[in-house]
Design a protein around this ligand. Structure first.
Ligand code: 13P
Length: 255
């Protein structure tokens, strides 16, 4: 992390876990454990849990995010949620282009770009996910793919709007598998993302963008990961459902 030029952000991605009642209980448990954080703390929760999460987090340093956003303002898009709906509900962040959305729900680089634009244009901060599969890594495509995904996601995003963009490098092979990227692999992947941003917006601006690592990050490996130059925090799946362990990651990023 380089906190002198960019923010460190620890964000939980709850995925399809927790009911509204469970949301209230988990956030109430987390609040005191992360109260003295020296990094931003965000919880991205299922749509239905947003009101409970916003209410429970009130007055604390926890900010609430969603896990997706549609690219149109309104209309005949059954099952989708607009940026304005999220904003009115108290949401500040939104995950876009998670590999599970790309893998299971047909999300493409183009729709990821459209959703990112909708989020940022409405005033949300987008946490845009990129990452290679194991097969792509073994074929030697990691750098090419991460740079391509990053540039595609940022198409038509202005340099000024980058302050509302976080990129999360999440190697697909490390998500939910218990296999974490080594600190060097995480730093290298995050470095490719930063290089891609520099190629479009210039090095100075690229240095200011928060780039998280995600993929089996936990209380035991967080210290080593966030110590790396390009790892400005994390996007945490499974471990964000356990208050003490998530708090330990927040503590690691607060050093
Ligand atoms: P895990 O931390 O469960 O591996 O999930 C990472 C992730 O996908 C966060 O978006």
């Amino acid at each position: 992390m380089n906190k002198s030029v960019r923010s460190a952000v620890i964000a939980g991605n709850w995925k399809m876990n927790k009911t509204p009642a469970e949301t209230t209980a988990l956030i109430n448990e987390m609040k005191p454990l992360v109260a003295d954080a020296d990094c931003k703390v965000v919880l991205c929760v299922p749509f239905i849990d947003i009101p409970a999460a916003v209410e429970a987090a009130k007055g604390s340093n926890i900010e609430i995010g969603a896990e997706n956003v549609h690219f149109k303002a309104s209309g005949a898009y059954t099952g989708e949620i607009s940026a304005q709906m999220l904003i009115e509900s108290g949401v500040k962040y939104v995950v876009v282009g998670h590999s599970e959305r790309r893998q299971y729900f047909g999300e493409t680089d183009q729709t990821v770009n459209l959703r990112t634009l909708a989020a940022v244009n409405a005033g949300l901060t987008a946490i845009v996910c990129v990452g290679e599969t194991l097969e792509q890594r073994e074929l030697g495509y990691t750098e090419t793919l991460l740079k391509f995904q990053t540039k595609m996601a940022l198409t038509n995003i202005s340099a000024d709007q980058l302050k509302n963009i976080i990129i999360a490098y999440e190697p697909v092979w490390a998500i939910g598998t218990g296999v974490t990227a080594t600190a060097d692999q995480a730093n290298e992947g995050n470095g490719y993302v930063r290089e891609a941003i520099a190629e479009v917006y210039g090095k100075e601006i690229a240095e200011t963008v928060t780039v998280q690592y995600g993929g089996s990050m936990n209380a035991a490996n967080a210290d080593e990961l966030v110590a790396m130059e390009h790892v400005d925090g994390g996007l945490i799946g499974g471990t964000s459902l356990k208050a003490p362990d998530f708090a330990a990651i927040v503590k690691a990023a607060s050093k």
